[in-house]
Structures are given as C-alpha cells and as structure tokens.
Design a protein around this ligand. Sequence first.
Ligand code: DGY
Length: 393
Amino acid sequence: MSGALCETHHPDGRFRVVATKPLPGTRWLELLGDADCRVEVCGGQRPLTREEIVAAVGARCDGVLAQLTERWDAELLEGLATAGGRVLANYAVGYDNVDVARATALGVAVGNTPGILTETTAELAVALTFAAARRVVEGQRLLGEGRFTGWLPSLLLGKRLWRKTLGVVGAGRIGAAYARMLVEGHKMDLVYLDLQASEELEAFVAAYGAFLESRGEAPVSCRRAATLDELLESADVVSLHLALDDSTRHLIDAARLARMKDEAILVNSARGPLVDEDALVAHCRRHPSFSAALDVFEREPELAPGLLDLPNVVAVPHLGSATGWTRRGMATLAAANVVGVLSGWPVWSGDVGPFLGSDPPRAAPSIVNAAALCLPALAAAQRPRDEAVSSDA
Ligand code: DGY
C-alpha cells in the first residue's frame, strides 16, 4: 500500500487498530496495548490519500484513530464497517470531516477529544487577536527587510483593545475560555451569540464586573446578541468559535463583512469554511484598517490567492491545539475512545481530566453519537474524582 504503513506496535494484539498518523507521546500506545490492540501506525508528513486509507483499513480493522484532514464519508465508513470496524476516533474536537449520520447507521462509534484543547486553542485565538491588533507580523517583516531606521512616533500604529467590545460567535468551551481571557485580562465588554444562553459565562462576567466596581473601577458587561448582525455591528473584535455544518458554512460572507466596523478584527480559529475567504480578501483589500487573524482556511492547506500578501492579515497554519501537552492529551483521549468502545465500556460525559491520570476510568471519554447508538452512559456515582492535570512540558 504505497509505503504508508510504517510501524506496528503490540503485534500480538487481538484487536487491529490503525492510526492514520503517528501521534505525540507514548501513553496512547500503552493504553491500546493494555487493551489487547495491535496498533499499525501510518507514517508520513502529508495526509494519507483515500486509496492509502482504504489500504490501511484493509480487510479487517476494529478501530481507527483518524485525522481531521481525512474526509470520512459514506464510502470510507462503509469500508471500515465491512472490515469489522466499530470505532472511529477523530484526533480533534471538531468532527465535520466525518459523516456521523452514516457512521451511526453503520453502527460505528465516532469519538472526539473535547475538554483537553479548550484553553490551548483559546490562547492561540488571543495571540492572533493581539498579533493583528498590534501589527506584530508587519513589525517582524519590517525588521527582516532592514526597513527599521529607528523609533518613530507614528510607526505601525495599532489598535488598543483595552475596554473595547468583544464579539464571540459560539460560546461553547473554547469561545467561553477566549471570552474570559479577554474580559478578565483586558476588561473588554462582551457580546456573544449562541443558540443557548451561557449562564456560566454571564455569571462570570457579572461577578467580575461586581469585583471591579468594588474596587472603584468601571464594571465590564455581558450581553447575548439577538442576531449575528447586531453582534457584528457592535464589536471591535469578532471571534468565531462554531462547529462547521451546512448552517454555518460561509456564515461570514461579503454582506456580513460589510456590517462590521471598518477597524474591526475578525478572528477565526474554528474552521476555515465559516468564512468566505475570497470575500475576506476583497474586504481586507478595500478596508486597510480592517484586520483578519486566521488559524484555519477555507480550502486548507490552500490559501485564497492574495491572502498572505495583505498587510492586514495575520495567519498561522491551524495551530490552535498545537502544544505538546495538548497534543499528547488528545492522543490519550483518542486511544481511550477506541479502548472504551472495543472493551464495551460505557461512555463518559463532562470533564475528561481523569483520563490523563495513571488509572483512567473504564469508559470511553467522548463518543459523539453515543445516544444515537444507545451506548450506555457512565453514571456520575461510578466516576472517580478528577485528578490533577500536569502543566505543559
Ligand atoms: C480540533 O481539534 O478540531 C482542532 O481544529 C485541532 O486543532
């Protein structure tokens, strides 16, 4: 199969599990080995082709650790199910690359890795926000090109975010963590949009506002926008934290961009197709004071023509969850999803911290179609207490 399979671990394992990429750390391999899994790890720096995935799954495969760069559509899932596959553990919190409805119909459990990359991804979104606001990349370019002739009163003036208005679209785990970082750290007022009110986030901002007032400072505020347009019109920074599906594809298009303030910053660390990238390039060209800060791209790994030539665009290559601790933890969770399903264990819900400890729960940490597949849920009373999670190394 064109040399994509490169390493086998625990060759005598009863279950055959394929990882379509090598993953960071070793804990994930230990977990799979302890659960009697033979693990075949595909190599290479580029995503596997469809043919390579089909060949890797082969005639018998119990589970796959998959990548967000692979499109697990009906055909690939049918191949996996025919090979006896019972679980596809996506190495990501997002799973828009998997046809979950088809997987469910085939009886294949789909795992993801929530909880472990929340702050890590929020941190990157904050980094991008400030890189755009304070023209960090333009500054480095100027230095690199030998154009720095000394401090000047008006060199690369940026945008001050202190006490400005932050717009968060999607107040789930990552959106809420990002909001808290900027509300608490930079005293921004928050306007958010979500299908459901985030009581926790609202309570946090209210308590923080009361704390500021108790110290004689102006409070911060939080309100849930009624519409996306309302948020876009009022926010100085708009950050996207939504899942990608048919209802959110091109959520930010030319018309939506036109609603934003001329000096606004648009941050996308969620999924590229949420933004019409060609429209964004055109908008950034026409509005030099507008800024875009991107971790994800519509046609990843391709970028829209002209995107990187724009001085008001800051972009990094999908690095949201890219810290060693986080990526090792994601590997542990993905492996635990495979182990949990193949062992017939119930499905966990809530904080995944205990899975990172030395004695993980006998459960699958996160199966997105657990309810549809009628997989049993682990009762709260059966759960061990959360263990402390070590910091990044
Ligand atoms: C995810 O987990 O969905 C991220 O995009 C990976 O960084």
